[in-house]
Design a protein around this ligand. Structure first.
Ligand SMILES: Cc1ncc(COP(=O)(O)O)c(C=O)c1O
Ligand SMILES: N[C@@H](CCCC[NH3+])C(=O)O
Length: 467
């Protein structure tokens, strides 16, 4: 079982005398010199172990039910990672043409792939159906007809789920919270004129759900059953969620919908997918989701509901992204300018500039996300200074770590490592200021290799086709 309080990959060790960090025996300085900086490092043994642990934990919690776990490729995707997680029994969840193409290029069969998206193109839907994707997740009321039309043209039957906004408010930041009503994803569980009952087990709540847009969308899928196979109900309530109660509540609401739809249409929806969103620790002392406890509680809630309703247990699915890869990755930066700024009243802050920034990690700027860092090429002095680690972009919000105590002798040329950048770092990276997206290097027990190569200026120039 991975140590969920740890913010470094299991393979990373710090020599207490020299201060030098190594990952599975390879020193970080060696990695930086061989592959350059900034550098994303992914401990792929850690990824496999975390994926394996998640899949096993879900299977053990849901002893009598079939379970599926998909890896949310938006967190991090490469052909190698797609293969590593599928070898551990996972499916891969994609939501764009590019993600689908990478998963398919990795050789993952369509029956192990899921397609999401609030604005899917016809081409994406066609590619999913041609490749027999396990599920296409419907996100809006007109989509059943569009998918059915394309399936009909292809002479195939598309397997579909309906994504429901269950009305549970959770998630680390407004931008990553997805189950409240005022946002773009999914179809509402409740009608606009629903009553105010808070007891989700009440007859009134059941009645509201039975008259809601989600039941209507499920019904549309059944009406198109020549071209669509209705396989499930989907709910994803947000990301970086610490509160297990939110998942239990979401599961219970999905189960009410399953019952309500059985009452209105006599159809037992075979599968429910509860999405991703399980939190990880970003800095020492942060909370991280205890998957075992959460899964056991969800399993209990689902079992109770099915037994009460006299319905068979559904297949239960999950879509973790961050939990699988975030703590398995870290970023190495080389320190450049070190500048002391007077804040008045005798206070100072030291701005430590590194050779990357918001282009390789947008999360601090976008969500105010907190990270930590440490010097990994030597033992710094014991006395510390109050520092802010910043990037190289022309933007004052280009902050890597907002506020951190660093050894007071931090200097140009030091190697700095920022942990927990394995999720939503590389996949949200940009070329702002024409910085080159860093390489991703894999470290395992057999060696190190480039998983995704560093961009070059030739890459940038090749896009600029004007004479
Ligand atoms: C539909 C869906 N599934 C899964 C995920 C993965 O979320 P996380 O990386 O927080 O586990 C997301 C992202 O929030 C998502 O939108
Ligand atoms: N990109 C976000 C999470 C959003 C997940 C996608 N629905 C993050 O870095 O935390």
């Amino acid at each position: 079982m991975p140590d969920i309080t740890r913010i470094w990959p299991q393979g990373v060790q710090f020599d207490t005398n020299s201060g030098i960090a190594s990952d599975r025996g390879y020193s970080c300085e060696q990695l930086a010199q061989q592959y350059g900086t900034p550098l994303y490092v992914m401990d792929t043994v850690d990824v496999a172990e975390r994926a394996n642990y998640f899949v096993r934990t879900v299977q053990e919690a849901f002893v009598n039910a079939t379970t599926h776990v998909s890896f949310a490729g938006k967190a991090f995707l490469s052909k190698e990672i797609a293969r590593i997680v599928t070898e551990q029994g996972m499916y891969v969840d994609t939501c764009t043409w590019g993600e689908m193409k990478i998963a398919l290029a990795a050789g993952i069969p369509g029956r192990k792939l899921v397609l999401h998206g609030n604005n899917k193109t016809d081409d994406e839907i066609r590619l999913a159906i041609e490749n027999d994707f396990d599920k296409i997740v419907i996100d809006e009321p007109h989509e059943p007809e569009r998918i059915a039309r394309i399936a009909h043209e292809l002479g195939k039957r598309a397997r579909v789920m309906v994504r429901v906004t269950v009305g549970v408010h959770a998630g680390g930041h407004e931008y990553i919270s997805t189950a409240h009503e005022d946002q773009k994803f999914g179809i509402s569980l409740l009608p606009a004129d629903h009553s105010d009952v808070s007891d989700i087990q009440s007859a009134q709540f059941f009645d509201d759900v039975a008259h809601g847009p989600a039941v209507h969308a499920l019904h549309s899928c059944l009406e198109l059953s020549h071209d669509l196979e209705l396989v499930g109900i989907h709910s994803h309530i947000g990301s970086q969620i610490h509160d297990a109660d939110a998942f239990i509540e979401a599961a219970q609401r999905v189960m009410v919908l399953r019952r309500a739809f059985y009452a209105t249409d006599g159809y037992v929806v075979p599968e429910i997918d509860l999405g991703g969103g399980y939190s990880v620790a970003y800095v020492e002392g942060d909370a991280s989701m205890d998957i075992r406890e959460t899964m056991e509680r969800i399993a209990q809630a689902i079992k109770l509901d099915s037994t009460r309703a006299g319905l068979p247990l559904p297949i239960v699915s999950f879509e973790p992204g961050r939990w699988i890869v975030a703590p398995a990755g870290y970023t190495l930066y080389r320190v450049g300018t070190v500048k002391t700024v007077d804040l008045g009243e005798g206070k100072q802050r030291v701005y430590v500039s590194v050779d990357g920034g918001m282009s390789d990690n947008i999360r601090p700027a976008l969500y105010g996300a907190q990270y930590t860092a440490r010097i990994v090429n030597r033992q710094g002095s014991h006395d510390t200074i109050s520092a802010r680690i910043v990037g190289s972009h022309c933007e004052s919000g280009d902050i890597v770590v907002h506020d951190i105590a660093l050894p007071s002798d931090v200097k140009r040329g030091d190697l700095l490592a920022v942990p927990v950048t394995g999720a939503y770092g590389r996949t949200m990276a940009s070329n702002y200021n024409q910085l080159l997206r860093p390489a991703v290097v894999a470290v395992d027990n057999n060696g190190t290799h480039v998983m995704i190569r560093r961009e070059t200026v030739d890459d940038l120039l090749s896009l600029d086709v004007s004479e």
